[in-house]
Design a protein around this ligand. Structure first.
Ligand code: GDP
Ligand code: IMO
Ligand code: MG
Length: 426
C-alpha cells in the first residue's frame, strides 16, 4: 500500500493536475481534500485538454475511484457541469465518483458575497476567484453551513436555509436588493433539493471508504488544491485562500489518521507564479516577467487572469518542504526556461541588511524582503522532447541540482511539457 499527498509548494498552479493524472496510473483512489472550484487543474492527454475545478484529476483513468472529501466546499452546478462534460466525451464516472456526506455546499449567495466583499475593499483586495469559497467556509466554521447530506432532506434543508439567510438578509438586501421573501427562499430550496436528489447516488461516508481501501492495501493519492503559500494559516495571510492546502489537511479533509500517510510529494514550478494580490518577493514586473508569462502561457485556468511571474524562490520552497514534510519534489515547466540566456534563483532573503535564514512569519517583515539571487547560464536548447535525465543539457542538470541543494530535497520527476509523455522519471 502507498498513500501519497500531492501538495503545491508555491502559490498554486504548479502543475498538480498533470502530476496527479500521471501518478494515478499506479494508484487506486484519488481524493481531493480541500478548496473548491477556485482550483483549476489542467490535464493534457494526447491533444485534448481537460481543466478540473472540482473533480479529482485522476478521473480520466477509467478504473479509478475518485472522492471529493469532506474538507472541500462543493458547488453543485460546477460538479454536474464537469460530470456532463466528461460523459459527453465518453468517460463514465458511474460507481466510481463519490462525495462525502459532510462536504459543505456553496450557494448562489456565497458567490455574491464573495464578489461584493472584493468590490467593497479598497486597498485590501485579495483578488479572489469569486467562486464563493471564503463565504462558504465562513458558514462552515460559524457552524451554520449546509452539507451535502442536508440537501437530501427537504424539511431540514428549509430550516437550515432560513437560518443561514437570516444572518445575511441585511447584507444581501443592501448590496443586491435580493428578494429574501419566503417565496424566493423556497425557490433556492427547490433548486438545491433537486441537486440533492441528483447528488444522492454520489454521497457516501468518504472516511469509511478510505478506511476500507487502506485495509485492502490499496494505493491512495490525496490531491491538494492551491499551494502552501495560499494556506490560510501558513501562507501570506490575508492574501490566501480560506482553507489549508498544506499536507496536514489531507487527514482532516478526508477523515483518515496521519498514521496512514506514507509520503508527501511537493509540486514545484521551475520559476514562480501567483494570481491575485499579495506579497511575491521574486516577482518580475518588466519584460522578463512578461516573457515568462508568454512562454509559460501563464493565465489562470479558472479565471483567465494573467499570472504574475518571477524567478524561482528557494526560500519559499524550503519553507513549504519543511511544513509539509516534503523530501521529494516534482519540478515542472522546466522547458519554459529554455528561452532564457540567464536564469536567476533566489537563494535566500536579506532583511534590514541581514541574511534571513527562514521564510518570515510576520507580514510586516515580509514587506522588507530583498531576494539574494544567484545568476546561472541558461541552456538555450529545447528540452521538451527529452525523456531521460542524462540526456538533459549539462546546464539544465546543474539548475536542477542547485534547486535540490537549496531546498534540501530530491527532484524525482521533471516535467518538460504539459503532456503525459513530456515527463522525466528519475
Ligand atoms: P495546477 O493548478 O497546479 O494543476 O496547475 P494549472 O493546471 O493551473 O497550471 C499549470 C499549467 O501548466 C497548465 O496549463 C498545464 O497544462 C501546464 N503544464 C504542466 N506541466 C507543464 C510543463 O512541464 N511544461 C509546460 N510548458 N507546461 C506545463
Ligand atoms: P489551483 O488549485 C492559484 C488564489 C486567488 C486569490 C486567493 C483567494 O489551480 O492551484 P479564493 O477564491 O480561493 O478565495 O481566492 O487565492 N487562488 C489560486 N491561485 N491557483 C489556485 O488553485 C487558486 N485558488 C485560489 O487568485 O489570490
Ligand atoms: Mg491551477
Amino acid at each position: 500500500m502507498a498513500t501519497t499527498i500531492i501538495v503545491g509548494t508555491q502559490w498554486g498552479d504548479e502543475g498538480k493536475g498533470k502530476i496527479t493524472d500521471l501518478l494515478s496510473e499506479q494508484y487506486d483512489v484519488i481524493a481531493r481534500y480541500q478548496g473548491g472550484c477556485n482550483a483549476g487543474h489542467t490535464v493534457v492527454v494526447e491533444d485534448k485538454q481537460y481543466i478540473f475545478h472540482l473533480l479529482p484529476s485522476g478521473i480520466l483513468h477509467k478504473d479509478k475511484i475518485c472522492l471529493i472529501g469532506n474538507g472541500v466546499v462543493l458547488d453543485p452546478e460546477v460538479f454536474f457541469d464537469e460530470i456532463n462534460a466528461l460523459e459527453e466525451k465518453g468517460i463514465s464516472i458511474a460507481n466510481r465518483l463519490f462525495v462525502d456526506y459532510k462536504t459543505h455546499i456553496i450557494f448562489p449567495y456565497h458567490k455574491m458575497i464573495d464578489e461584493s466583499m472584493e468590490e467593497e475593499k479598497e486597498n485590501l483586495k485579495i483578488g479572489t476567484t469569486k467562486k464563493g469559497i471564503g463565504p462558504a467556509y465562513v458558514d462552515k466554521y460559524s457552524r451554520n453551513g449546509i452539507r451535502a447530506c442536508d440537501l437530501i432532506h427537504s424539511d431540514s434543508l428549509e430550516k437550515k436555509l432560513n437560518s443561514q439567510l437570516e444572518h445575511k438578509k441585511l447584507y444581501l438586501y443592501k448590496n443586491y436588493q435580493i428578494d429574501i421573501s419566503k417565496e424566493n427562499i423556497n425557490k433556492i430550496k427547490e433548486k438545491y433539493h433537486e441537486y440533492g436528489q441528483k447528488l444522492k447516488k454520489y454521497i457516501i461516508d468518504g472516511s469509511l471508504l478510505l478506511d476500507e481501501q487502506i485495509k485492502k492495501h490499496k494505493n491512495i493519492i490525496f490531491e491538494g488544491a492551491q499551494g502552501t503559500m495560499l494556506d490560510v494559516d501558513h501562507g501570506t495571510y490575508p492574501y490566501v485562500t480560506s482553507s489549508n492546502p498544506m499536507a496536514g489537511c489531507a487527514c482532516t479533509g478526508c477523515g483518515i489518521s496521519p498514521i496512514y500517510i506514507d509520503k508527501v510529494i511537493g509540486i514545484c514550478k521551475a520559476y514562480t507564479t501567483r494570481v491575485g494580490e499579495g506579497p511575491f518577493p521574486t516577482e518580475l514586473v518588466g519584460s522578463i516577467g512578461e516573457k515568462l508569462r508568454e512562454y509559460g502561457n501563464e493565465y489562470g485556468a479558472t479565471t483567465g487572469r494573467p499570472r504574475r511571474c518571477g524567478w524561482f524562490d528557494a526560500a519559499v520552497v524550503k519553507y513549504a518542504n519543511r511544513i509539509n514534510g516534503i523530501k521529494e519534489i516534482v519540478l515542472t515547466k522546466l522547458d519554459v526556461l529554455s528561452h532564457f540566456k540567464k536564469i536567476r534563483i533566489c537563494k535566500e532573503y536579506k532583511i534590514n541588511n541581514q541574511v534571513y535564514p527562514h521564510y518570515p512569519a510576520d507580514s510586516e517583515i515580509i514587506k522588507l524582503i530583498e531576494p539574494i539571487y544567484e545568476e546561472i547560464e541558461g541552456w538555450k536548447e529545447d528540452i521538451s522532447h527529452i525523456n531521460n535525465f542524462n540526456d538533459l543539457p549539462k546546464k539544465t542538470i546543474e539548475y536542477i541540482k542547485k534547486i535540490e541543494s537549496l531546498t534540501d530535497c530530491k527532484a524525482v520527476i521533471i516535467s518538460v511539457g504539459p503532456k503525459r509523455s513530456q515527463t522525466i522519471i528519475r
